[in-house]
Each structure stands twice: as C-alpha cells, then as structure tokens.
Design a protein around this ligand. Structure first.
Ligand SMILES: C[S@@+](CC[C@H](N)C(=O)[O-])C[C@H]1O[C@@H](n2cnc3c(N)ncnc32)[C@H](O)[C@@H]1O
Length: 256
C-alpha cells in the first residue's frame, strides 16, 4: 500500500506487472488549470499490464472520442463500459442536460484473449421469487457465446452496467474524488484477491482505500505531493480486510 510522488509516466512502469490498472486522469474537457490531458501514459500502462490484467479508465465520452485512435495505437482493445450515476453533477452548461454520470471503460491488451483476463463479474441478489428459467438469447445477438443462460430469481444476478453511487461532495479531500463503493466493485471484478492494483492518478487515494477494504495490494502515484500525503494518511487509517489497523504509511523515497 504505497503512493509514489511524481509523474506516473516516469515512476509506474518500473513496478510492473500490474494485475489491474485503475486510472482516473484529468479528462481534458475544460480549460481549468488542473484539467490538462496527460500525453503518452496509455502505451506505458499497456506495457505494464500483466497478461491477465485489464485497465479501467474513468472519463467522459468527450474525453474518449477525442483520443479514440490512441487506444489502438497504444495496443489496447475496448472490452466494455459502465456508467457511474451520481446524485448530482457538474453544471458546466446552463443550456444542456445536467450531467450526473461518468463513464468507466475497460480495456485489455490487444495480444490477450478475453478468456485469459481475470474476470469475476459481480452479482447482486435483488429478486424475491424462486423460479429458475433457461432463457434463450434474443435473436439479434446471433451466435455470440452460449445459446442460453440460466436466470434464477431470488438468487444472484449480474450487476447492472449503470451503477448508482453518491459522490463524495462535502466530505471529499479531492475535487474529483470517486466513491469507494464503486471502486470496490471494479476491483473485485478485475483483480484477484491479493493481486496488485495500480492507480496512476491517485488523487485522494480512494482506490487505495478500496484495495485495503477488498484485500488487494495497491500502488498509487500522484504528482501533487501535498495530495499524496493526504491520500497516504487516508489509506493508513482504513481497516484492511479482516485485519487490524496498519502502521502509518511512509512516503517512499523515490519522490521527484
Ligand atoms: C481526476 S484526479 C483523480 C482523483 C482520484 N480518482 C480520487 O478519487 O481522488 C487526477 C489526479 O491526477 C493527478 N495527476 C495529474 N497528472 C499526473 C501525472 N502525470 N502523474 C501522476 N498524477 C497526475 C492530479 O494531481 C490529480 O490529483
């Protein structure tokens, strides 16, 4: 559980391979001083992924469209996306829908096959009746994978791709802090227990807290030394999965 202080492009590759990369870079959607796109990190992240690993990347549709070719150029293949729905959002424009969601898109290495990627897709148990059905896939899905799947009411169901989680306004230590519960779902899905998650734009260390709560190892990187210090303190204060409080985290010596 460590946060490196400096530029992720310089610091993170040396610590590869990572079982999962969870990245929340500046989207580059606005002219705000902190919202500058970071160039060149995607290809480095791709090389840093373990063969079974995948990258989950926060962003707006605008931020993905703007660099669509860069993913293929970096050797990354799109897998799926989820929508994080929040209770309120940013109103940058008074003449458009109020934006209350973010995207999180999963990519894998283009030399990997999906069957080899770690994937413990999460489930929910939200139904009441107790019937088991075999459902045919709708015709428009053609011959994709199995011809039917089992749906058990009252039992677990696949987690929906639109996930509601309240954002952290009011108690956040970072202006774009992500909710730990949402991060835990992604981590449980894409990193094996005890595996190593790397968080290239750590901000408040929310990913570190989620790793501690789910029993995964964590390596974060944050360019703002003051924020990194606060993130380290936050992670150290989080109870690990089934364990006692940890000793405070020292900031590593490789500061830039
Ligand atoms: C969108 S915020 C991440 C927020 C974080 N997910 C959280 O929940 O608190 C992006 C962070 O990346 C940091 N950052 C920007 N460029 C960076 C770089 N080249 N290397 C490491 N961190 C960087 C910024 O200082 C900022 O804290």
């Amino acid at each position: 559980m460590t946060i490196l202080v400096g530029d992720c492009r310089a610091l993170m590759p040396a610590h590869a391979p990572f079982d999962m990369i969870l990245a929340d870079p500046p989207y580059g959607d606005t002219s705000l001083i902190w919202d500058r796109r970071v160039e060149g990190w995607l290809a480095l992240a791709r090389e840093a992924l373990a063969p079974t690993g995948s990258l989950w990347l926060f962003g707006s549709l605008r931020s993905f469209i703007g660099v669509a070719q860069e993913f293929a150029a970096a050797g990354l293949r799109y897998v799926q996306e989820i929508v994080w729905e929040k209770q309120n959002g940013s109103a940058f424009h008074a003449d458009r829908f109020k934006r209350v969601h973010e995207l999180v898109v999963q990519f894998m290495r283009d030399d990997a096959s999906w069957g080899g990627i770690y994937n413990d897709v999460q489930t929910t148990s939200d139904a009441t009746a107790r019937t088991v059905r075999r459902k045919r896939r709708p015709p428009h899905t053609g011959q994709i994978e199995a011809g039917y799947y089992v749906s058990e009411d009252g039992g677990p169901r696949l987690m929906r791709s639109v996930i509601y989680a309240r954002n952290c306004h009011g108690r956040a230590i970072h202006p774009t802090e992500k909710p730990v519960g949402l991060l835990e779902n992604l981590i449980r899905t894409s990193c094996p227990p005890g595996g190593l998650v790397s968080d290239w734009f750590a901000g408040s260390g929310a990913v570190g807290e989620a790793c501690r709560a789910t029993g995964r190892r964590y390596l974060g990187c944050e360019i703002d030394a003051d924020m990194a210090q606060r993130a380290s303190a936050r992670i150290a204060a989080t109870l690990p999965l089934g364990g006692a409080p940890a000793a405070p985290l020292p900031l590593p010596g490789d500061q830039t």
